[in-house]
Design a protein around this ligand. Structure first.
Ligand SMILES: Nc1ncnc2c1ncn2[C@@H]1O[C@H](COP(=O)(O)OP(=O)(O)OP(=O)(O)O)[C@@H](O)[C@H]1O
Ligand SMILES: [Mg+2]
Length: 445
């Protein structure tokens, strides 16, 4: 036993007394060893020096990076526009037209239209391609970086996801809003004064043809006060969103325009949409293969700021056998239509216009408020309309001719004439009021 103790003691003397400290750590020994090695071995000492230098450099480097990142954050601002965002294309289009830019890398976007008669029109826009571009906008320099994500695909369009990042000095950050606003305006200019007509395409709403020039409300001549009445009601409705929301009432309103063919129902709704700066989604209920399900789906997925126009609403009230005799069949049932009208769940406002030539065929259930809140008869031409139509075609100066025409119209006693027929008469006698007068006289015979 004693011998064993003696073996241990010299070891302690040799400097291992630090081996076990009261807290049980080995740092004491390690630092002792380190010191020993560093001071007594020149190679290790040099290596250690290098190591210290290395880590100092690494530290400096990382702090420089951090500092520059900090400065970047302080001095520069980024704006990221993903390709999903509407403003993405606005911005690219804007940039392609922006003069003060330096970009050598362009990509082409082609708008190609083939018309029914076979003619083709194409328009190329050269937009900035992927990569970095430098632009100067109102004195501010901006770095634009268009990046394409190789992996992600936008499933709706099949195109790769992209982002555009615009970087500018912190002090110029206000330029972003200005720039986007300018880009938006530029893009909307091409649609301005136009109404987009959507039709149903399978489960989707698709623009039908090119956006059309807005039709002026004044160009559709309805009987006295009708046009003003509808316009006022729609404007009132659009201005009372809060009122509806506060009371928990679905924010929608239905209008029914009924009357004989060619009295201007469809034309008026298009003009109204133009006046309100809305687009139109047209759905023809007598369309073959329109089913209740599709109707409900379409009505719940209407593009923003659009008026829903349900034409020939009486089609849903016919028995299917009857419509088949006429050569078409609609799959929409009456209850399907009612459900679709009731079930439109939308936070946005919803304006539905319905037209029919046969109001007598409509079931009273459709007239329930919430489905139809406003009805208007758009009838054949009244004398007021005849006079106004005449003025529209031949100007207001020729009062004499107008009187003569009205007289002849009255005497001819042609009964009800639709405004479309009148339009036909005036178009036929373009710039020739006398011809129109002669013609209307012969109509009565
Ligand atoms: N009141 C009107 N004022 C000006 N133009 C009119 C008027 N009524 C009809 N027209 C002209 O007649 C044509 C047909 O009109 P529209 O399609 O609007 O009639 P509609 O009432 O919708 O007929 P339908 O019931 O058959 O659908 C259009 O070219 C339109 O310009
Ligand atoms: Mg119509």
């Amino acid at each position: 036993m004693d011998e064993q103790i003696e073996v241990v003691k010299p070891a302690e003397k040799a400097g291992f007394e630090n081996f076990k400290q009261s807290d049980g750590t080995v740092t004491g020994m390690a630092s002792g060893l380190f010191k020993d090695v560093m001071t007594s071995n020149p190679y290790f000492a040099a290596g250690g020096g290098l190591m210290v230098l290395g880590s100092a450099l690494a530290l400096t480097r990382s702090s420089v990076i951090r500092l520059s990142q900090f400065a970047y954050r302080q001095m520069l601002v980024d704006l990221e526009i993903p390709s999903k965002d509407k403003s993405y294309y606005w911005f690219l289009e804007w940039m392609s037209q922006h003069k003060q830019r330096s970009s050598r890398h362009l990509s082409v976007e082609t708008n190609y239209t083939q018309r029914d008669n076979g003619t083709v029109s194409t328009k190329f826009s050269l937009v900035p391609g992927p990569g970095r571009h430098l632009i100067k906008y109102q004195g501010a320099y901006m770095m634009v970086n268009r990046e394409r994500s190789g992996k992600l695909l936008d499933m709706t369009s099949g195109t790769p996801f992209e982002t555009v990042t615009i970087t500018t000095l912190y002090r110029d950050r206000y330029m972003f809003a200005k720039l986007l606003e300018e880009a938006k305006e530029l893009a909307l200019e091409s649609q301005q004064g136009k109404t987009v007509i959507y039709t149903s395409w399978g489960q989707d709403w698709r623009p039908f043809g090119q956006p059309r020039r807005k039709r002026l409300v004044q160009s559709v001549i309805l009987d006295e006060g009708i046009s003003e009445g509808i316009l006022k009601d729609v404007r009132d409705f659009l201005g009372s969103g809060n009122w509806y929301h506060e009371r928990g009432i679905p924010y929608r309103r239905g209008y029914l325009l009924y009357g004989p063919p060619g009295s201007g129902k469809t034309s008026f709704i298009q003009a109204l949409a133009g006046e309100l700066d809305y687009n139109i989604c047209i759905l023809n209920l007598s369309e073959a293969n329109l089913t209740d399900d599709r109707l409900t789906y379409l009505m719940n997925h209407i593009p923003q700021r659009s008026i829903l126009l349900l034409e020939d609403i009486d089609a849903a009230f016919n028995k299917r056998e009857q419509t088949k005799e006429k050569g078409y069949s609609s799959g929409v049932t009456f209850s399907g239509l009612l459900n679709a009208l009731d079930g439109v769940a939308s936070a946005e406002e919803m304006i539905t216009f319905m037209t029919t030539n046969h109001p007598e065929k409509l079931d009273p259930a459709i007239m329930r408020p919430g489905r139809v809140d406003y009805k208007a008869l758009i009838d054949n031409a009244s004398e007021y309309q005849v006079s106004k139509m005449f003025t529209k075609f031949y100007g207001s100066e020729d009062e004499q001719s107008r009187e003569k025409f009205l007289q002849a119209y009255h005497e001819a006693n042609v009964g009800s004439v639709s405004t479309a027929q009148l339009q036909g008469l005036f178009v036929y006698n373009k710039n020739d009021p006398e011809g129109a007068i002669a013609m209307v006289k012969s109509m009565g015979k």
